[in-house]
Design a protein around this ligand. Structure first.
Ligand SMILES: [Zn+2]
Length: 134
């Protein structure tokens, strides 16, 4: 177990809860208890029905690439990672997350590629959520 700096909170309680769960290795999303829709991104109400009774549920962490691009000229602060793949991953549960796709093997990235979530805490204390080919 590594010690890490305390993550700064955003002041947005649902976003902080998502990050805290991700640091603990969970990919958990909110789900509406009224209409059963998954809620992504984290927020205090359901965008489908306006309901405020949301619960956190762990997802399978599995999905497929819905769309992707390769960033060769990354935004400031991400230069060490370039080039890297930025992808929309459609979880098996339905929601689509914009995320980093870590590609280390020889299989080319393609739409429909099966991927698995990787969650945890970075050395600077920030939550990590990214995906790798399954
Ligand atoms: Zn709802």
């Amino acid at each position: 177990m590594t010690t890490s700096a305390a993550r700064e909170t955003t002041g947005n309680a649902p976003a902080d809860e998502f990050a805290t769960r991700a640091e603990q290795g969970e990919l958990a999303l909110q789900r509406c208890l009224r209409c059963e829709e998954w809620v992504w991104y984290p927020r205090p109400f359901c965008p489908g029905c306006g309901g405020r009774d949301l619960e956190w549920r762990q997802t399978s962490g599995r999905g497929t690439v819905y769309s992707f691009t390769v960033l060769r000229r990354p935004p400031r602060g991400y230069g060490d990672d370039a080039p890297y793949v930025l992808a929309y991953v459609e979880l098996d549960e339905g929601p689509r997350l914009l995320t980093q796709l870590v590609v280390t093997g020889s299989e080319p990235v393609r739409v429909g590629l099966p991927v698995t979530a990787e969650t945890g805490a970075a050395e600077d204390g920030s939550a990590v959520v990214r995906f790798r080919p399954s």
